[in-house]
Write a protein that binds this ligand. Sequence first.
Ligand code: ATP
Length: 232
Amino acid sequence: MTILKARGIKKVYTTQAEKVYALKGVDLEINKGDFIVINGPSGSGKTTLLNILSGVDRPTEGEVYIDGKPLSELKDSKRTLIRRNKIGLVFQSFELIPVLTARENVEYPLLLQKIDRSQRKKRVDCILDQVGLLDMADRRPSQLSGGQKQRVAIARALVTEPDVVLADEPTGNLDTGTGRKIIELMNRLNHDFQVSFVIVTHDLSINQYARKLIKIRDGRLEVNNYDKNSMA
Ligand SMILES: Nc1ncnc2c1ncn2[C@@H]1O[C@H](COP(=O)(O)OP(=O)(O)OP(=O)(O)O)[C@@H](O)[C@H]1O
């Protein structure tokens, strides 16, 4: 089942000095249960692509479909709702709210979804347990290590039970060992919950975890070794 589909995506940033062709015609399908790594060097268009897939930014040309519906035809309010319900986001710099505890950070998207208190508690406890942070639930982000912060961010991305999690350099601020643990955690959650993951990174060591490995170079996708399992 296809969750997200991008067709003919181009993105041009116009600055005073020049036009930057960040994406030059990208096609991509994200299916249920996928674990996709998109690897590319700095400036190749990774963040731009994730922002367009999540509906945070609009393409200059092309279309993104969520559950078959074109995003461009939806009003802003409806796009926001879809993003909130269907897509979880994880960032390099965690983006946690500093004044809230780990538990409150994870709970926050459920407040936006107006989920009632007892359901919120149940879901937050369950996902904090899954990422191994129940015993640190009352700490603020400043009292957590980088890896722990990223686990809170992953819990926050998953608590709404999205179809897909889009992660932008999720190991970028972590040492190699911690980064590997974070990817292994994502791998397990992908397997246990059948949530799709798309990880964009310049870190080549993450490639080994990909079930679909895509390279991005200069705004274009190079789909070599597209499905490692089916080709094995
Ligand atoms: N708002 C913007 N205005 C102008 N150019 C931009 C803007 N955002 C990105 N770019 C340019 O678009 C290209 C792709 O940028 P993008 O951030 O998507 O790359 P990236 O692969 O995520 O890079 P990094 O790994 O360094 O984060 C780059 O040349 C970048 O300079």
